[in-house]
Design a binder for this molecule. Sequence first.
Ligand code: AR6
Length: 170
Amino acid sequence: MTPTLTLVQGDITEQSADAIVNAANSSLLGGGGVDGAIHRRGGPEILAECRALRASRYGKGLRTGQAVATTAGRLDARWVIHTVGPVHSAGEDRSALLASCYRESLRVADELGARTVAFPAVSTGVYGWPINDAARIAVEAVRAAGTAVEEVRFVLFDDRAYAAFAEHVR
Ligand code: AR6
């Protein structure tokens, strides 16, 4: 089944969903952008689970393109799924890794039994991915994923990001 794709402009930490995806980094220990907002609003339980993951299965951190779930703390969700987007490179095509973030996040969502999943535009902030290209990759990856998730909601922070995703979700 292909999930229904919906678009929202706003702050992902205000969303209500089974799972909210975090644009994390390999350390899983927080950062700026979406990551900072999720940890701030979700509270310390999320970081505590991230530290536990680092102390067990993810001693070297989470690899780019992979995904792992924790509690969502005080967010209006059951889980946060942390994924690590690639840093955009002009010299190397890393789009398979960006597509992998969406595919792997949905695989984790399926394992959890999540039916609604909210995604930010992974890699389009600090990691520098051009928004139009990132939107195309995101939408194609979700459509190709073969997931039981019923709704994938892209939560875009600003007008430009919303417009870019709207081009591809029709
Ligand atoms: N809700 C929705 N979208 C947001 C929010 C929010 N609250 N805040 C920012 N965005 P970024 P990345 C948008 O930088 O590029 C962190 O430090 C933002 O406008 O959060 O994957 C991590 O720890 C942009 O379009 O993630 C990593 O080190 C998009 O979310 C690194 O940044 C992604 O921007 C990851 O960089």
